[in-house]
Design a protein around this ligand. Structure first.
Ligand code: AMP
Length: 435
């Protein structure tokens, strides 16, 4: 396996020689320069190489594989209506429905000026709803592994003509126990294909997977596995379990956080927290693996449109969610795995934007904090909770929730300089006094 670091990276999309159709889509999206993973990966994929790419969500990894694959498929794109003329040529596997949908949407956007058909299949909805599109023929298929096998088993699709395979977030697929499914899928694919493996982390298991799935792959890497974006401010508050809801409400109001994903470890805590926040007039929605697919999509859509202030989520449900300019992530409970901490806070501070990651740490979580600090090679000292007068909460100025929340006079009184909120309580209180 050779390293690609010596490769000259392209400085602009023009240097990548993408087709006018793709370039037009990029122009419409306002993409001006390729991200580091795109600079490295696109020329290699165009050259037909297998790839092991280490890149987290938020680095632009979807376009890193989608753009060159669309480009390579283009000369053969056809407008025939015959299903036989539209076999699956590119298969993208993703661990969760949310990520699958997101990747699919990106592919549709990047390929909007090309006559390629694509679709996405995932579990949690009836097989029948997805069958007609598959039967009609699609060239690009995005799928979660289990649902793909369901369809393959019921002969709604054939994978015999797949030329390109992408394993997206391969580490998470292994974490979620998809290895047997991946092996079965592999046995349905032609040997002669190009395979791209994307993973936020590379451990022995991923390397073994790559050895059995890939052919003489090149390795590209854009961020070390244990680095968080430099632009994310990481704040840690002490909060006993029973005080966490209060602490969360206080942080959100005091720092005037317009939107945040709030992570819990369990579905149970997520549901309970969602109810508690609503009772405190904080507009919150909950997503986790037990929610119906339609509920999850609705909650996500509303959150993306800015209609919900807080999205309470478990790690798996939130995996891969890409929300442009998400200002804040809250660790209501620290994750058991330090890598999940990096994934969580990677939802904010994307593409160079500033982000805030707040962790509420109970005494029995301090050992988890220590493990995180070791993992990210950085100490995260406790800072006092922002101090606000009880009369000032709650208030939020988003259009949907405000009228029921607090009288305008209360909202007006609450505003404090954000910098004061970072100081210890005494200073924060003293700062506004006239004398
Ligand atoms: P991803 O890592 O694929 O989830 O992408 C993260 C975000 O970056 C998505 O919202 C993309 O639309 C956006 N993005 C990807 N590539 C570029 C680029 N070259 N310029 C600007 N934004 C980009």
């Amino acid at each position: 396996m050779s390293e690609s670091s010596a490769l000259e990276a392209a400085g602009s999309f023009a240097e990548l020689n993408l087709s006018p159709e793709i370039q037009r889509a990029l122009d419409e999206m306002g993409y001006q320069t390729p991200t580091p993973i795109q600079k490295q990966a696109i020329p290699l994929v165009l050259a037909g190489r297998d790839l092991m790419a280490q890149a987290q969500t938020g680095t632009g990894k979807t376009a890193a594989f989608a753009l060159p694959l669309l480009q390579k498929m283009q000369p053969f794109a056809n407008t025939s209506t015959s299903p036989a003329r539209h076999p699956v040529r590119a298969l993208v596997l993703a661990p969760t429905r949310e990520l699958a949908i997101q990747v699919y949407e990106s592919i549709v956007t990047y390929g909007k000026h090309m006559p390629l058909r694509s679709t996405v299949v995932y579990g949690g909805v009836g097989l029948d709803t997805q069958t007609p599109q598959l039967r009609a023929g699609v060239e690009v298929l995005v799928a979660t592994p289990g649902r793909l096998l369901d369809h393959a088993g019921s002969r709604t699709l054939s994978l015999a003509q797949v030329e390109y395979l992408v394993l997206d977030e391969a580490d998470r697929m292994l974490d979620m126990g998809f290895l047997p499914d991946l092996k079965r899928i592999l046995s349905l694919l032609p040997q002669n294909r190009q395979t791209l493996l994307f993973s936020a982390t590379f451990d022995d298991n991923i390397t073994r997977l790559a050895q059995s799935f890939l052919r003489d792959p090149l390795k590209v890497e854009v961020a070390r596995r244990n680095t968080a974006a430099e632009t994310v401010e990481q704040v840690v508050h002490k909060a006993r379990e029973e005080d966490k809801v209060d602490a969360l409400v206080r942080v959100v109001n005091a720092r005037e956080i317009s939107q945040a994903i709030v992570f819990t470890r369990t579905k149970l805590t997520a549901d309970r927290l969602g109810r508690q926040l609503l009772r405190r007039s904080l507009d919150a929605a909950v997503i986790h693996g037990d929610k119906a697919q339609s509920e999850r999509l609705l909650a996500l859509d509303r959150f993306k449109r800015g209609e919900t202030r807080l999205l309470v989520a478990t790690d798996i449900a939130a995996r891969g969610i890409d929300i442009a300019e998400l200002p804040c992530v809250v660790n209501y409970e620290l994750p058991y795995s330090p890598e999940d901490y990096v994934h969580r806070i990677g939802r904010t501070g994307r593409a160079g934007a500033e982000g805030l990651a707040v962790s509420l740490v109970a005494p029995d979580e301090e050992r988890l904090l220590a493990a995180i600090e070791k993992f990210i090679h950085r100490s995260l000292p406790f800072v006092p909770l922002p101090d606000i007068a009880p009369s000032a909460a709650p208030a939020w100025t988003a259009p949907v929730a405000v009228p029921e929340l607090a009288p305008a006079t209360q909202r007006g009184r609450r505003r404090e300089p954000v910098c004061a909120l970072l100081m210890p309580p005494v200073q924060a209180k003293e700062a506004p006094r006239p004398e």
